[in-house]
Design a binder for this molecule. Sequence first.
Ligand SMILES: [Zn+2]
Length: 483
Amino acid sequence: MTTIVGDGPLSGAMRRWAAIVLASLVLTVPVAPAASAQIGQPDIIQEHWYHSYATLTLDVNAWADDYPEIVNLLVVGQTEMGRNLWMLQISDWSLESKPDGTPKEVVYIDGGHHGNEHLGTELAFLVAEFYIEGWGDGEQEVLDVLATTELHILIMLNADGNDFDTRWNVNQVDLNRNYDHYWNTCPTTQPGSSAFSESETHANSIYMNEVVPHADLYITMHTGVWIMLYPWGKWPEQPSDWELFHFIRDDVHANISDIPIRNANQGLYPNCGTSRDYGYGVMGYPTFTFETDDEQWLLGTVEALSERLGEELEVMNYLIENVWYWRARLVVDSLEVEDGKVHLSVSNLGRASTSNATLVYLDEDGENWAPGGQTSLDPWYWPSCGGWDFNFSIPGCGFGVNATNSTVTTLDFGGAPISGEGQFYLVYQKRVIDSSMFVQDLVNESVVQKKAGGSGLLPAPSMLLVFVAFALAAINSRNRKFE
Ligand SMILES: [Zn+2]
């Protein structure tokens, strides 16, 4: 029998065999009924038998029943054959935000693109189980994560292929070549008739875009060669956020596991239209394909799964617990206003660089000012900083900060009235990749100093809370692209 390695294509004979088996199963196997059971599988079964769609349905519904305070169970689409795509949303839902009032971190995980890669699917299951049952056991590490983080986990994307033990979906499409990022531009197999032609990948992309566009980590689970792959699959070059990926690689190797961590194109082979490249290139997420070693074509494992995949789970816990660091995190150390210029010192507490950062000043009348002049923010327009396409690299307009580094810069606001009682916002891109999201953070007033006409430093203006609330509402309503 042909052995399948990694994401390698099936041989022609294997494809024909899979097609024949699939065709016969389509005729004889009923689609599993919707969940109605109240209990999940016993642990001894979970630990040694790979999930079918039916047993997964039992288990995720049992979690939702047993832990309603942390588990939201959603159906976010159907497979081509009508099986539900179960989405687990796991967090301490009694807390709307983190204890400091900022939004929770968001982690997105999926498994089971390839229906015969059961250990990868089980790793997605084990991650969910670790946090759900750890909550039940009162484990402090888990309580801390769920107080500050939302986990969104779709364990089995290709439920049709999973139950037929085949790589493909029912249309004989490789779902991990069906994403809308350089779709069908590599020597590839069975990418589908067009990007997102398949209901499974289409549903996954809708969830990414509509529910978790803010995620700062996306892990997609596969089985084959024991390796973690970061972008790109399309190109051999390192991604623009190589500092972040290399930091994670070195930290994992120093403290947790020797699992190889490489650019996918070089670590495996060129591949296009993958969820990993889509997640990074279109969504702007830091993304890994996590490949467990191969145990395809078996129904279960002798060694308990939680032990078999213990090291992989540790790596996942590390990535999840440190998600706060997987972007640029700018903090203003000092901000001095002098003669229409701002002298700025900024530190980056995150492990990702940003090359597109600037300041925006919201004055008392609700007008926005940026280096180069007044702006509406929607759309952006700065006359002397690139016009409609604000150019952060023009001196005085914007700046960049390397990962875990600091920078000092001067921004030229021209004649803008920035000495008043308005507020400064840092506006910056979370990572270097073009697709990564912009964020805006209010600059802490305590670091702001204003010099008026050489007469010395004035204290920072004190602001009424009601004005701050008004200002925030104003900038939010004007500036949805930054939410
Ligand atoms: Zn795979």
